[in-house]
Structures are given as C-alpha cells and as structure tokens.
Design a protein around this ligand. Structure first.
Ligand code: K7E
Ligand code: CUA
Length: 651
C-alpha cells in the first residue's frame, strides 16, 4: 500500500513538472490578440472596475490591485513590519504585532475575505489570516489600514481561515495542525488520540467590526485545511476539509495519504450557539492578544485575554458530521445556492460534490456509517451529488460565476477548468503559467458573484517574466469569463505569494474611502492642534518633542539641549487637512522606519542619538515645491552637558 502511494505521488509530481515545463502554448495567443489588450486597457486617468485584494503570503501583507488593469495601488501592512509607513516600528503601531509569544514582526497571510451582508459583499472590511503565529486581522476599507488583530489560542497553522458567514456573524478560523490542548510537554509519538484541532468562531460587531473569540470547537487530531461557510439554504453550517485523518505524526507525505477518503467536517454553528446558550461549554484558560487600532487616538492598544469557551465535538450530539471525501481534500467550496459542497481532493483527478439536501436527509434519518471520536460519519453515496470526472490533476480550489458554473484550479496539470453545476460536465479548460493555487472571481464565494473576470493565482512563473536571479516573481493571470470560453487577458506580478484573493466592484468601496482625519477630532495623547503648542520637554533622559508639520516646515525646526544617551520622542502632528498630503519624517541614525503621517494624524518616532553633533531631520515625501526646505536640526551635546533644552522656528 505504501509503495502504491509513493508511486502515485511520484507520478503526479512528475506530471506536474512535465506540464509546468511545457512552455508557451495556445493560451498565450489570446493574450497577444489586440482585443485582449483593449479589455485590460484602462486609459490614463480612468479607474478600474474592480478592486482585488491579493494575499501577500510570506510577505505577511495584503496588496491592492485594480482589475482589469492589474495595476498595484497599495500594500496594506498587516502582519509584517514595514519601514515605509513605520508600521510595527512606531510606538503607535507596535502593539498591533503583539502576541502571547511577544512581539512577532512577520507572518504568512493566505486568505482575504470581504465582509458580507445577506450573503452579498458589503465592502466594509476585509479579513485575513496569519498562518504561523495564529491571528486574524480586520482591515478597514475606508482607510485601507489594519484596524484590529486577534490572536487565536489553541491553534497552530491557522490555515482554514478566515472565512465569513453570510452576515459576517462570524469570522471562522480553523487550525491546520493539531496540537496538545492545552499545550503541554508530551511525546510527539503520542499524537494519535491525544492531539486536538480547534475551530474558532470569532464574532464580529455589526456596527464597528470589533472581533471577539466567541467559542472554539474541539475536534479530533486531524489537519483542518480549508473552510467555507454554508450560504442561503445551508446558512448556519460551516464546512472544513480534513487531511491526515490517519493522525500520522511523521513523514506525512506518505503516512497521511493512506486513507482512500478523508472527511469534510460539517459544523452546525447554530447548534453551537444553542449549546453555548445552554451552558454546555467549558471555560479554558488561554493566553492571547487582542490588538486594536483607533482612528481617533491614531494609536493601537494590546490587551491580553485569559480564557476561551470550548465546545467538545465528541460530546455534543448534532454539532459536527463527517462527509467522506477522496483524497486528502484541500479546498472546500460552497456554490452560491448553498446546495453543493465541493471537495477538491488534491491527490485525485475527480471533484467530489456533496449535496446539502442529501446531507440533511441522511442526518435526519440517522444513516451513519460509524463514527470517529463520537462524531457520526455519513455514507459517501448518501451525500454525493455528483462527480466532475477526470477534470484535471490535483484540484485545489473552486469559485463560482453566478451563472451556474464552477471554476476549479488544478495545480498539477496547471490549468483552470470550467464545469457545470448539476450536470458536472466540463465546459472549458485553459492552461495557466504555472501551477495555480487559488482562483478568484469577484464575489465568487458569495451568494452573488460578479462573474466577469477570473484571476488565477500562480506559484511558478519561470519564463513568463524577465529573470531576476534565482527567485522570480509569482503572478496573477486575468481571464475574461463572460463568454462560453475563458480568455486569457493579462499576466501581472504579485507581492509575495498570492494564495487567495478577494475582489469587489470598485463603486462599493471607492465612495467610502477616507480622505483625511479631522485634526479637531485627533485624540492622540501627544497631539498638538496649533503651532503655539509646539515645544520640547525633558523628563529625566527622555525628551518629548511636540512637533507639527505643514507645507513646508516643521514647528519647531531647531532643537538644542539634547544629549547623548537621551531617548528623544518626536511626536509629530500633520496639520494638513487636504486629501493626499501626508508628510514624512526621518532623522539621521534612526533605528526604525520613517514616519509617514496622514493629514490630521499624529505619530511618534523614537530616536536615541549616539554621537555628539548637529544632526538634520527632514520630510521624506515630496510634498510641495519647497519640500526640500522642509527640514531642521537637532543639536546633540555630550552626556552631562548643561546646554539648556530649547526649540525654535524662524529665529
Ligand atoms: Cu491552497 Cu493557503 Cu488557500 Cu495557498 S492555500 S494555494
Ligand atoms: Cu513635507 Cu515633504
């Protein structure tokens, strides 16, 4: 058996490499056609039709593109420090990266998902997961900034997340790796039966988006790979793929590929809510950070939380059912009607589609085929709606166009395949360059997709772009899917590794985009509102500089009386009240990023001068014709000198 699996894996891999290496074929010609060029051409000054939010993968960030042009607009700082905006460097934003493991300046971000109301994208927030040190971030789509980060306890490899329910009642986060819960010192060999997987349900405040870990469901020690919510008729359910139902703890590529079928776990979260109400939970001690950024104080706070409510799936009937699904399924996707649950078995050539109606019938009639750790297993044949046969090799993820079609990525055969819901026939296939992970259709995982474009998010690009040394860019490819056949329009490079993406019509978001922060509403504790308040103050070896900036000077711009060994805090308020006029701030020898301060906001940069002298600081953002004049000096005297602390402007 082991040998067969080995051969299968080797064969699939070989096929993968083969298909990746084939080079240019038919699909290319479409991109050369002049009609394709017209379709992606957004004339200078014109706007794109869609926003696309592409996960940054191992960059830890989220990038914002326009479609169909593929133009990059912004990289939103989420889980990684960024010197460009001092994210994770400034005193105001450092708390955003606080965790129970301390300050964690990086992560691996996979799945952006936009908030929904009644199953339709509402464009208020986009959520994204950190895989490595489990966290969920909420990005505010009025500011395009990270507003909140919640750490997830009892999780490890926070991969099946974050996916939102129809009304953003919950953002759901599943663990990829099962671990001892609670964590403790034990032998890895005792994995089986002892490790557990936690599925976390994070409630979202409908008014302000505030996240709270409502409860966790403790599951058997499988790997929970991906997830999607039920919608419409299956609203109230959540589906998770599992692999390693073997509960192997070593050489997983072989040992976790033994079972012919793993499971899709169907979780009844309405039932979970009932159990919570009925007090059927245990309160477990936990340790996790909740970090919130305020647009009023322009500062983040980090709070450590100490407990979590846990429901045990093995003990609570009706909470979870297992749907057998071949073969180590990766993605699980639910069609817009909520009836079909698609398992993308990554070691399979077929797609398995389960029926929600059949699942409910089987549950009602208690037609079970055994159980795993007390969780009923449904019969494969009883829940099967159909199979998309021999569609390709290595299916990973499926999106929908709202016209009754599914689009599945095939990693190994490196293609996107369009197929029909209900008849399961393959309608079209197009090669991608190369080795696609997710595909994204704007709204393609909601009740109401905007089925005009599909973006294929590719792992390998090889010969597609100019070489840049051993590491070449990963990429996105844009397809027009408005006709019967898909048409390749455009390749564009991405930031980091784009796993998943989320797209939305621009007009839903653009009109709410924030232009400035009102200076009068600035509640930063070191903000000043008038240049008369500008000053320097000493408190032991701390020097606090209350500074303002406006085109084209700092107030003050000359500071004397600072000494080697001081900690100098520049608290700088941008007095501008105009759209698109941030100012920057940098000082020689600084050990952090620059500040880039938005109109009406305040930020702080810590500078610890190490050398005697007169040192300049300046604005880093070319803000006016007199930008080069926007600068100043700090005089640094020896430790113990008695030069008085003074500041001035224009003297
Ligand atoms: Cu398939 Cu992390 Cu969604 Cu990448 S995952 S591809
Ligand atoms: Cu302010 Cu340049």
């Amino acid at each position: 058996m082991k040998k067969t699996v080995n051969i299968l894996v080797t064969l699939l891999f070989a096929l993968g490499l083969f298909s990746c290496g084939q080079g240019k074929s038919d699909g290319d010609k479409g991109a050369l056609a002049s009609s394709a060029a017209e379709k992606v051409y957004v004339a200078p000054g014109e706007h794109d039709e869609f926003y696309a939010f592409l996960s940054g993968g191992f960059s830890g960030q989220l990038s914002v593109y326009g479609l169909p042009s593929g133009r990059l607009f912004k990289v939103i700082d989420v889980f990684s420090q960024d010197p460009q905006e001092s994210y994770g460097y400034s005193d105001e934003t450092k708390p955003m990266l606080n965790t129970s493991f301390g300050f964690v300046p990086w992560d691996d971000a996979h799945h952006p998902d936009i908030s929904q109301t009644k199953g339709v994208l509402d464009g208020r927030w986009v959520f994204i997961n950190a895989n490595n040190t489990p966290r969920i971030a909420r990005i505010d789509l009025t500011t395009f900034e990270t507003a909140e980060i919640l750490e997830i306890p009892n999780s490890a490899g926070n991969h099946s997340s974050p996916f939102v329910t129809e009304n953003t009642e919950y953002v759901v986060a599943g663990t990829r790796f099962s671990v001892p819960i609670p964590q403790r010192d034990m032998s890895i060999k005792d994995y089986k039966g002892n490790f557990k997987g936690a599925l976390s349900f994070i409630s979202v405040d409908p008014e302000n988006g505030g996240m709270e870990l409502a409860f966790q469901i403790l599951m058997p020690g499988f790997d929970y790979d991906l997830a999607h919510p039920g919608r419409d008729k299956s609203h109230g359910w959540f589906f998770f793929t599992t692999y390693n139902t073997e509960e192997a703890n070593s050489l997983l590529e072989v040992n976790a590929s033994q079972n012919d079928k793993d499971f899709i776990a169907a979780v009844n979260w309405k039932k979970a809510e009932e159990y919570i109400k009925a007090g059927k939970f245990k309160t477990m001690p936990a340790d996790y950070a909740h970090n919130v950024y305020s647009d009023e104080t322009h500062s983040a706070t980090s709070t450590m939380l100490k407990e979590v409510r846990v429901l045990d799936a093995s003990e609570l009937p009706g909470l979870v059912y297992f749907l057998p699904t071949p073969k180590s399924p990766h993605g699980v996707d639910v069609d817009p009607s909520g009836e079909y649950i698609i398992g993308n078995g990554k070691l399979s050539a077929n797609l398995t589609v389960h029926s929600f109606t059949k699942m409910m019938d089987a549950i009602e009639n208690k037609k079970f085929d055994g159980e795993a750790y007390g969780i009923p297993i449904l019969k494969f044949e009883d829940v099967l709606a159909g199979t998309v046969n021999q569609a390709g090799l290595g299916p990973l993820h499926t999106e929908f166009d709202g016209e009754g079609n599914g689009y599945t990525s095939f990693f190994i055969s490196s293609e996107v395949v369009k197929w029909k819901l209900g008849t399961w026939e393959v309608l079209d296939r197009k090669p991608v360059y190369y080795s696609v992970g997710h595909v994204m259709i704007p709204g393609g995982n909601s009740r109401d997709p905007f089925g005009k474009y599909l973006v294929s998010l590719n792992k390998i690009t090889k010969d597609r772009f100019l070489p840049t040394g051993p590491e070449v860019t990963q990429s996105a490819q844009l397809f027009d899917i408005s006709g019967d056949k898909m048409e390749l329009l455009l390749d564009f490079p991405t930031i980091g590794e784009p796993h998943y993406a989320a797209g939305i019509p621009a007009d839903i978001i653009a009109k709410n985009s924030r232009k400035i922060f009102k200076l009068s509403e600035n509640k930063h504790k070191y903000a000043i509102k008038t240049s008369q308040e500008a000053r320097v103050e000493r408190n032991g070896n701390e020097v606090h500089v209350y500074m303002s900036m406006i085109r084209s000077h700092f107030t003050p711009d000359n500071i004397e009386g600072v000494k080697v060994g001081d900690k100098v805090y520049f608290h700088i308020t941008n007095f501008e009240q105009d759209f698109d006029v941030p100012h920057g701030f940098a000082v020689i020898g600084g050990h952090n990023g620059e500040l880039l301060i938005m109109p009406g906001a305040t930020e702080t940069l810590l500078w610890e001068p190490t050398k005697v002298g007169v040192w300049p600081f300046y604005c880093t953002d070319f803000c006016s014709a007199l930008h080069q004049e926007m600068s100043g000096y700090v005089r640094v005297s020896p430790a113990g000198s008695n030069v008085p602390l003074t500041s001035s402007l224009g003297e």
